[in-house]
Design a protein around this ligand. Structure first.
Ligand code: CP
Length: 356
């Protein structure tokens, strides 16, 4: 019997039906690239979260990647993403090998196009982390170039515009803490100081998925740290359908009022030149360190979230980062479960079937 097409609502009503059928296939994402959350529907996102939760609970141990070999091209450092993909692929019966750009002929000026075309002749999926924050958009564009040349799925492991895998793990974490109610919670995404120029990926992926799911997301940041208009206009369109809210403020203390979550993330200014940004962010850094004072304004029991890595005392005080309401390690662990669901849905086979 053909597996019925299930929607996110179906999953909510009958979660066990989803688990006992072929959840990865039922999602109907096979052979899709996973580059940005704008490319997916609310039902896709909810279905992936249900599959991730079932995998985490041990209710789905299918070997969706049996005998499959994935390649991971990372041009910048990673701890959580790299390890969770490698462990996740292994748990699904496959293997994921990690390559630095310096290991490949990319370092001798072979093109991204040729690299992607050749990799896809060997591999069943390609996972890419790529960005240079001096040239905003080039990383995201580079991943699309690779996806256009590859005839296997490409997964975005962080570029300069999106971090879809991190945010899928964040949504899973929120759902675990608040149940279905997480969609009505006030989630404050706060800018924080970093000496590095960091990606806007988490902010944009949270903005678009939060808007699709009907969440109340507030972005608190200094002037000149506005986010990319492409994502803002997409998200505004989504909240008209979902009933969510999207707000922006330059005042973190005001934003913290009634917050259910305060999530700290550093990101680079899209407006200021590097030398001017350096001076500016040093002047304002102490105003943007999440502390107990912000949590006094938040709702009782509000959680602290952080995609990590971060510097204690710089972006968040140690008492908050290591406090009882900090869920940063749950977020990190959920990278594994969320990415297993993503790999199973787009690359996976029904166990025992060997298509390639
Ligand atoms: N949050 C995150 O992507 O961590 P890594 O850079 O360690 O992979």
């Amino acid at each position: 019997m053909a597996t019925p097409q299930l929607t996110g609502t179906d999953f909510t009503l009958t979660p066990r039906a989803m688990v006992s059928a072929d959840p990865a296939g039922a999602l109907n994402l096979k052979q899709r690239d996973f580059i940005g959350l704008k490319d997916f529907t609310r039902a896709d996102i909810e279905g992936l979260l249900d599959l991730a939760a079932a995998m985490k609970a041990g209710q789905n141990n299918e070997k969706y990647l049996q005998d499959k070999f994935l390649g991971m091209l990372f041009t910048v450092a990673s701890t959580r993403t790299r390890i969770s993909f490698q462990v996740g692929a292994k748990q699904l019966g496959g293997h994921a090998e990690h390559y630095k750009a310096a290991d490949l002929q990319l370092s001798n000026h072979e093109t991204l196009k040729d690299t992607a075309a050749v990799m896809s002749r060997f591999l069943h999926g390609i996972i890419v982390r790529m960005y240079d924050m001096n040239a905003y958009g080039d990383g995201h564009g580079g991943i699309h170039v690779m996806a256009n040349m590859a005839d296997v799925p490409v997964i975005n492991a962080l570029d300069d515009k999106e971090h879809p895998c991190q945010v899928m793990a964040d949504l899973l974490t929120l759902k675990e803490k608040y149940g279905a109610d997480y969609k009505r919670k006030r989630v404050v995404m706060s800018w924080g100081y970093s000496p590095r120029q960091k990606s806007l990926g988490v902010l944009h992926s949270m903005m678009v998925s939060g808007a699709m799911l009907g969440m109340n997301v507030v972005f608190a940041h200094p002037k000149d740290y506005e986010l990319d208009e492409e994502y803002i206009s997409f998200a505004k369109d989504q909240i008209r359908k979902s009933g969510g809210t999207l707000d922006f403020t330059n005042d973190l203390m005001e934003a913290s009022e009634g917050a259910d979550v305060i999530y700290m993330k550093s990101w680079k200014s899209l407006k200021l030149p590097k030398d001017k940004e350096e001076i500016f962010k040093n002047e304002i850094r102490s105003d943007w360190c999440v502390s107990a004072e912000h949590f006094k304004r938040a709702n009782p029991g509000a959680y602290y979230m952080d995609c990590m890595p971060f510097i204690r005392g710089e972006q968040v005080t140690t008492d908050v980062a290591d406090g009882v309401n900090s869920i940063i390690y749950d977020q990190a662990e959920n990278r594994l479960h969320a990415q297993k669901a993503i790999m199973a849905a787009i690359i996976g086979l029904k166990p025992g079937v060997n298509e390639k």
